[in-house]
Design a protein around this ligand. Structure first.
Ligand SMILES: Cc1ncc(COP(=O)(O)O)c(C=O)c1O
Ligand SMILES: *[C@@H]1O[C@H](CO)[C@@H](O)[C@H](O)[C@H]1NC(C)=O
Ligand SMILES: *[C@@H]1O[C@H](CO)[C@@H](O)[C@H](O)[C@H]1NC(C)=O
Ligand SMILES: CC(=O)N[C@H]1CO[C@H](CO)[C@@H](O)[C@@H]1O
Length: 492
């Protein structure tokens, strides 16, 4: 972005903000209590600085609790806005779960890496690329409590990580380690792209797939654990073996936090060969401890909730020396272990993979770092979901402890959402006429259900969201309800 434009938008935010908004934000946006040491620091750090932990200044801590330091907190507000000033200000996109977000300090760091490469590609390749990727892997290792950096590979996205694991399963069928008809168990709500990958690699290699029918709305972990146990029983029937379990940590649609630790334990007890946790949404939105979870493979994107640019994901492998995993695109490093294979798959832009330390530096400017952000987003998304459900006379799709930084809120039954297509069209309608971006889940009603809630909005909360974003959604829906709108209008 043009630097003048950047400065201009900063200044306009600074001067055009009405006084009433200023005082309101002091009262209502308590979240800026949580942001500190931002204004005092120069966000334009350099590559040479190795991204050590940001030190917290005593004055900032004091100011957090100082109710008369309104002006200072307001600066924090502006700081957050300037970090995200490239976002379209006209849209209340409470859909940060889908594509994530990247602050400008991290984008700038990424651009410095890109320039470094273009300035002197050979120098970058021979002297900087590998150590920089290693630095990102080290940071991820610490973040997810892995034992050794060899367990961490960086790949483009969760879909690629799934392909890596599933191709290995495919080879086990081809090399007769697995028998035709052996099974893979996965949730019915597994991510669409991952389901297609299972079809492409597992089904086609002779495996059978058992889908776990999960209830939604869901009342407790217990319901999921029971459904999973039943699916494992089916998977083992007729002398078959369950070779693979694919477990989402947070399902995408509907969004539900799955009790992975319990399910992994159950799989181990039942002798499941390999356990893959698809945690595309997890890092930065819920606590991740790969040792505690104990799966064989665990992947998460860093571009969804950890403020990295698109796209970067890690794949954690518990026993890298035994697992024989390979990057789906074979290049020079084939056979040198997945982490090394993945770190050079040819000439391309690796910059998104290099800025993990800068993204962590960004989150460390907040009270409590990433844990503080997770706690804050979770608390706020529940608060916003409750507010919406109360206004619409509906309920949440899950109890709060099964929400991450996303929550499912029932939409009024009178909207008559009758299909996936209705949900998609209502979403477009909200975008077009109300400038709200929110994904909508369609749930098939049970037979005989009276006035069923068939639509759920998946709302996200990220640090820059304000309550007005959710009021916009609330009012848009109430407006539709009051005007007698139903999804039938989409059918003509
Ligand atoms: C559960 C789950 N798995 C996989 C993915 C795919 O992630 P990507 O598009 O980054 O490969 C997503 C993305 O939303 C997801 O929610
Ligand atoms: C609180 O903020 C005011 C105004 O910024 C300042 O004068 C005062 O010293 C602060 N008090 C503490 C305890 O930091
Ligand atoms: C995921 O990564 C692969 C390469 O590893 C790339 O081809 C694909 O476009 C990426 N998909 C998404 C959704 O980013
Ligand atoms: C990437 C994305 O959708 N970001 C949006 C998250 O929500 C805020 C507040 O509504 C928007 O300003 C961002 O554009």
């Amino acid at each position: 972005m043009n630097i003048m434009f950047f400065l201009f938008s900063l200044a306009s935010t600074l001067f055009r903000t009405p006084i009433s908004t200023l005082s309101r934000s002091c009262l209502s946006s308590q979240h800026y209590f949580r942001l500190f040491s931002m204004a005092a620091k120069n966000p334009h750090h350099h590559l040479e600085e190795n991204g050590g932990a940001t030190t917290v200044m005593a004055a900032d801590i004091l100011n957090r609790h100082n109710s008369s330091s309104c002006k200072k907190r307001k600066l924090f507000d502006i700081d957050v806005r300037s970090e995200f000033s490239h976002h379209d200000p006209a849209v209340a996109r409470i859909n940060n779960g889908s594509f994530g977000s990247c602050p400008s300090s991290v984008i700038e760091a990424q651009q410095r890496y890109q320039l470094r490469f273009l300035e002197q590609p050979d120098d970058f390749y021979f002297n900087h690329l590998k150590p920089s990727i290693l630095r990102s892997r080290e940071a991820i290792k610490t973040l997810i409590n892995a034992d050794h950096v060899d367990e961490i590979s960086i790949v483009d996205n969760a879909t690629t990580a799934a392909a890596i694991v599933l191709q290995q399963v495919k080879w086990s069928f081809f090399e007769s380690k697995f028998n035709p008809g052996d099974t893979a168990v996965m949730l019915h709500y597994a991510y669409g792209a991952v389901k297609k990958s299972v079809e492409a690699y597992v089904t086609r290699a002779g495996g059978q797939v058992i889908e776990v029918k999960m209830p939604f709305p869901v009342a407790s972990n217990h319901e999921i654990i029971t459904a999973f146990r039943n699916a494992l029983e089916v998977g083992k029937s007729n002398n078959r073996k369950v070779r693979l379990a694919i477990i989402d940590h947070i399902t995408s649609m509907p969004s539900v936090v799955i009790p992975v630790k319990e399910l992994v334990k159950m799989c181990r007890e039942e002798g499941v060969d390999r356990i893959f946790v698809d945690a595309a949404h997890a890092i930065g939105s819920i606590r991740v401890d790969v040792k505690e979870i104990g799966a064989d493979f665990y992947t998460s994107n860093l571009h969804k909730w950890l403020f990295c640019p698109p796209s970067i994901a890690f794949l954690h492998c518990r026993t890298p020396e035994l697992s024989n995993l390979h990057h789906p695109v074979v290049s020079h490093e084939y056979g040198n272990g997945l982490a090394i294979e993945s770190s050079w798959i040819g000439t391309r832009d690796y910059s998104a993979q290099l800025v993990v330390p800068e993204a962590l530096e960004f989150v460390n400017r907040f009270e409590g770092g990433i844990d503080g952000i997770m706690k804050w987003n979770h608390q706020k998304v529940i608060e916003m979901a409750d507010m919406l459900a109360k206004s619409w006379g509906t309920n949440l799709g899950t109890p709060p402890d099964m929400c991450s930084s996303m929550a499912m809120v029932g939409l009024p039954a009178c909207l008559e959402i009758m299909s996936d297509s209705d949900g998609l069209k209502l979403r477009s309608h909200l975008r077009e006429f109300f400038k709200v971006e929110v994904p909508i889940y369609y749930r098939q009603p049970k037979v005989g259900e009276v006035n069923p809630v068939t639509g759920y909005a998946r709302i996200s909360h990220q640090i820059y969201n304000i309550v007005d974003d959710y009021y916009r959604l609330r009012d848009a829906i109430n407006n539709l309800v009051n005007s007698g709108f139903t999804c039938k209008v989409f059918h003509d």
